[in-house]
Design a protein around this ligand. Structure first.
Ligand SMILES: [Zn+2]
Length: 352
């Protein structure tokens, strides 16, 4: 185990806008930059969306999940605070259903193009097109060797392809966003800053003039963004990608930005937050390695050692994916090795 510098205090963050806008309303966080919230039917009960003044129109950033409640709130916002100016385009930061869930519905309803990274759009499209049976078989192929109990495997079957139920079919056409690209939106330039690990090709948007970063889920103020191995990419090491992105964003982005995250409140203290997230994973990795030193462990056996609170079904699969991400990262670093059991379960043993 290496000696590490203690992390900065989480309280290094400040929150200049403590009051989120009520449902169906917007709040300005900078000239021409509006904040709105949509409800989510999970423990994490909201998502922040952003609307940017774009000449005589608007650019929307992210959509909310595909529920009637979100659709009704969009109707209210479009007929209320956004009325009188046309929407010019929709930008989606990444494919997750709370961000891209209504991309099909909104782009058709408003007759506007979708702008997103190719990896996000393509991944979202292929996942939305997958049958319940195919998705279930991919889940079993990952979760059975991870040591999941029959009850958990049965739950996978009951849930099927939950992604498909939380989105409207995504548009077939895309305007592609790429890392480093600069988008003129209204009077300001916004630079695309791609991050990896939470999603394949997650787009953040940085406006130097306004001192703003739309961070999506790549950096959140109070929770650690989920970094998971998913059934569609079972051998992945997303945590290496995520940690590399934290380092890259720390080097690229100034510390004094107002960060507009998808969950929680706008905050200042970007560098402190990036360091806290990095330290959080370092500590989790040390913990995971230490647990495997006593005896080789499967992902399912490791999960309750890392996540000690009660988890609902939705959180269980996030936690399992995240546990696998830590195991795969340690294996890639040579700190763990995998042992294929005669029972078909993969366990991880410490090498040091
Ligand atoms: Zn996300």
């Amino acid at each position: 185990m290496t000696q590490r510098i203690p992390p900065p205090a989480a309280d290094d963050l400040t929150f200049p806008y403590p009051d989120p806008p009520p449902p169906g309303a917007v709040a300005a966080v900078a000239p021409g930059v509006l904040w709105l919230r949509m409800p989510l039917p999970f423990a994490l009960d909201h998502i922040n969306l952003w609307v940017l003044e774009d000449g005589d129109g608007w650019t929307l950033v992210d959509t909310g999940i595909a529920t009637d409640a979100t659709r009704a709130l969009w109707d209210q916002v479009l007929a209320g605070p956004l009325a009188g100016r046309p929407v010019r385009r929709l930008i989606c930061t990444h494919f997750h259903p709370d961000h891209m869930g209504l991309s099909g519905w909104l782009t058709r309803r408003l007759d506007v193009p979708l702008w997103a990274p190719l990896g996000e759009w393509a991944f979202g499209r292929q996942l939305a097109a997958m049958s319940d049976a195919t998705f279930t078989s991919l889940c079993h192929a990952l979760y059975r060797p991870a040591g999941c109990a029959p009850d958990d495997l049965a739950l996978v079957e009951t849930r099927g392809n939950v992604y498909r139920r939380r989105v409207t079919p995504h548009p077939y056409a895309l305007t592609r966003l790429m890392d480093g690209q600069v988008l003129p939106i209204g009077a300001h330039d916004w630079r695309v800053v791609v991050g990896h690990g939470h999603a394949p090709e997650h787009a953040g948007l940085w406006c130097r003039d306004l001192g703003l970063l739309i961070s999506g889920d790549q950096v959140l103020p109070r929770i650690s963004p989920n970094v998971s191995v998913w059934p569609t990419e079972p051998t992945a090491d997303p945590l290496s990608l995520f940690l590399d992105s934290l380092t890259r964003w720390r080097a690229l982005l100034p510390d004094d930005l107002l960060v507009l995250p998808s969950h929680g409140l706008p905050f200042r203290g970007l560098h402190a937050r990036l360091e806290v997230l990095s330290h959080h994973h370092d500590a989790r990795l040390d913990e995971t390695e230490a647990e495997c030193r006593a005896a080789p462990l499967s992902a399912a056996a490791m999960l309750p050692r890392l996540f000690k609170r009660a988890l609902d079904d939705h959180q269980f699969f996030f936690a399992l994916g995240e546990t696998l991400a830590h195991l795969h990262h340690l294996e890639a670093r040579g700190r763990l090795r995998r042992i294929m059991g005669t029972d078909g379960v993969t366990r991880f043993a410490a090498t040091g």
